[in-house]
Unconditional design. Structure first.
Length: 652
């Protein structure tokens, strides 16, 4: 894996991490994104507002379900560059992706500010310089109580100069059916998605490697997916609430191997636009606009991440040193529109720029053949500039912060394939300019998270693997986005939190034809010091389930000339709740996800069929949808009904 900024085997990594590889049955499917990764791993939790609207959390480090302006606690990294800083999860579809790596726990020593929960690292496939190939995939799906959908993808690998240069091109499209009826509008929450990616690799010789990558993805949802009655798939007539999430990315990477030293220079730029509209016919009267119709929430994000790093080995010492600079900007305009006139009201305008410069390093010293210690850290300088304009007032703030985020670990490998480790990690998040519950400006102190964890990782017989981990985190000055009575979102210092967790995963062939996968996690995440100014009915951190259980059983056999695999999967998410605020809090969770799938491979063709939610459960997966209408009654997001899909992939 490469998420630790140098190539390292997962078996030797002294920290909690998960790696998800893609077999042929899933590698070309445009329907596979962040939620699918959460089903394969422990510790990754998501809100469920819909594609491109969700927030992502790792290991219980959850600050709020509401999509405010706080920096994300999980950084999405695309190859060598950070893709997001404060934006919601862009839900990158994982077509022709080599693997996804999850680094769990604070990663401030390597990645800087905002990585309190960890890293979601997408690793793309590199071009093959001596092989021409084209792979085409198509699929269709039908949702119970909903519509029909279809998708397709195309991947081409083209050598430009034999053994010197090649390009890999990826394109995909998906029309995902809706299943929520809004008045007379059937299946109103239909989503359409498309993506393009190109990667050029040049190997000029003498150990040089050059990679140039361009990527874009565009998500358009016609409507939201919440309802007003638990278990329902319909709601009364209301205005459509469309959503757009468009992201573009360019990067360049130059690498060279000199003796025992690896040199990597990289830079990546992201442009990210997120647009939402909410029905404002209820809950917007306090703003003073005559006959409010809808609230438009437009956000623009820009991230530029650059880095130079050097790594190598000297006898029993492994070392890494690097210099990084990240610039991130975000702007947000919330505008209320009238239904009976051309009048509009700008209710909130926010602009923020952040620059983060850091010198980081890591040294690993092998004390013996079985014992190794690693010490790392990042010395950083961060500057945040922000302005916030609401009707009647303008607030501005600028702050700087210098600091050091250390990490250290000790690992013991008593025999090949068995590793025990203890690790300490930390990360900080810069403070922001916000407003309190009365709308008055306030500058918040940044928060800091520290984690101590222990783990056991072992390779088992027949290629199996066992991972067990336990962790304890302290979260100081936790910043949380809170929903105000007027439907706007402000950030407040909730207090101090404590997180205790356990997780285990098993991947084990139990015969030449049968394979078992299983996992479990338990999280106790509580606010131990309350600075919110009101009594709490529930001190648990929001969104994160108290426990999860998952299992999958696969059987592989020969059906005529085809190699066929049948797999059954179940995942149970325990109880969770929505918010610290008892006036807003709602229970949710206690839901069971299920899937049956079969895949047959014959020569260069493969055929797949899948049944999602075959138990046809409709539990509440997320108790929030529209911030303006939330105070008028409960909101629910039911599980997607039973869905049948089929796909065909051909390689040429």
């Amino acid at each position: 894996m490469t998420g630790v900024k140098r190539e390292q085997l997962l078996a030797d990594l002294p920290m909690a991490a998960s790696v998800v590889d893609f077999d042929r049955a899933h590698r070309f499917d445009p329907g596979i994104g962040t939620h699918w990764i959460s089903e394969q791993t422990e510790g990754l939790a998501l809100t469920n507002q819909g594609p491109g609207r969700n927030r992502m959390f790792l290991r219980g480090v959850a600050d709020s379900p509401f999509d405010g302006d706080s920096q994300s606690t999980v950084a999405v990294v695309f190859d060598d560059s950070r893709l997001t800083y404060s934006a919601p999860d862009p839900d990158i579809r994982l077509v022709d992706i080599a693997r996804v790596e999850l680094l769990k726990g604070p990663q401030g020593s390597l990645y800087g500010t905002g990585t309190l929960g960890g890293i979601y690292h997408i690793v793309t496939r590199r071009p093959e310089l001596d092989e021409t190939s084209v792979t085409a995939s198509s699929s269709g799906e039908a949702v119970g109580n909903g519509g029909l959908g279809y998708s397709g993808s195309m991947v081409a690998n083209l050598p430009v100069i034999h053994d010197r240069a090649g390009v890999r091109l990826v394109g995909y499209y998906s029309s995902e059916p809706g299943w929520i009826d809004t008045g007379t509008r059937k299946d109103s929450n239909e989503t359409r998605l498309s993506g393009l990616r190109g990667r050029l690799r040049i190997e000029p010789g003498d150990g040089w490697l050059v990679d140039l990558t361009a990527f874009g993805q565009w998500i358009n949802s016609r409507d939201s997916q919440y309802v007003y009655r638990d278990g329902a798939y319909s709601r009364p007539t209301q205005r459509p609430e469309p959503h757009d999430n468009d992201i573009s990315f360019l990067s360049a990477r130059v690498a060279k191997h000199v003796g025992d030293v690896d040199i990597v220079l990289s830079t990546g730029m992201t442009w990210h636009q997120v647009k939402d509209k909410f029905d404002a016919t209820q809950g917007a009267v306090s703003f003073g606009l005559l006959d409010p119709s809808w609230l438009s929430d437009d956000r623009l994000y820009h991230t530029w991440d650059s880095e130079a790093r050097f790594s190598g080995s000297i006898k029993s010492i492994d070392w890494l040193i690097g210099l990084s600079h990240l610039y991130a900007s975000q702007s947000r305009d919330k505008t209320l529109f009238s239904a009976t006139s051309a009048a509009s009201l700008l209710v909130d305008v926010q602009d923020r720029t952040t620059s983060d410069t850091g010198l980081f390093g890591n040294i690993g010293l092998r004390l013996s053949n079985k014992l190794k210690i690693e010490i790392g850290g990042r010395l950083f300088h961060s500057v945040v500039k922000q302005s916030d304009e609401t009707p009647g007032q303008i607030a501005r703030d600028e702050r700087q912060r210098d600091g050091f985020t250390p990490s250290t670990s000790i690992s013991w490998e008593p025999q090949a394939g068995r590793l025990f480790y203890i690790r300490y990690g930390s990360a900080i998040r810069q403070g922001v300019l916000s407003t309190d519950s009365q709308g008055r400006p306030q500058a918040l102190k940044g928060d800091e998270l520290k984690t101590v964890e222990g783990g056991w990782r072992e390779h088992l017989l027949s290629g199996g693997q066992l991972d067990v981990g336990i962790y304890y985190s302290t979260w100081k000055s936790l910043q949380s986005d809170m929903l105000r009575p007027d439907g706007l979102i402000s950030t407040e210092t909730a207090g101090n939190a404590r997180i205790l967790g356990f997780e285990a995963s098993l991947n084990q062939p139990i015969s030449p034809r049968w394979k078992l996968e299983a996992g479990a996690s338990f999280t106790q995440a509580d606010l131990v010091r309350n600075n919110l100014g009101f009594a709490l009915d529930d001190r648990r951190l929001p969104v994160v389930p108290e426990f999860t259980l998952r299992s999958a059983l696969a059987y592989t056999f020969t059906l005529g000339p085809a190699t066929t695999t049948i797999r059954a999967k179940l995942r149970y998410l325990g109880p969770m709740h929505l918010s610290f605020d008892p006036t807003l809090d709602r229970p949710m969770g206690n839901l069971l996800e299920s899937r049956l799938e079969a895949n047959a491979v014959w020569r260069s063709y493969s055929f797949s069929i899948g049944i999602d939610n075959f138990l046809n459960r409709a539990s509440d997966s997320f108790a929030f949808g529209n911030p303006l209408r939330f105070s008028s009654g409960p909101q629910f997001t039911p599980q997607r009904p039973l869905q049948i899909s089929f796909g065909l992939t051909a390689n040429f």
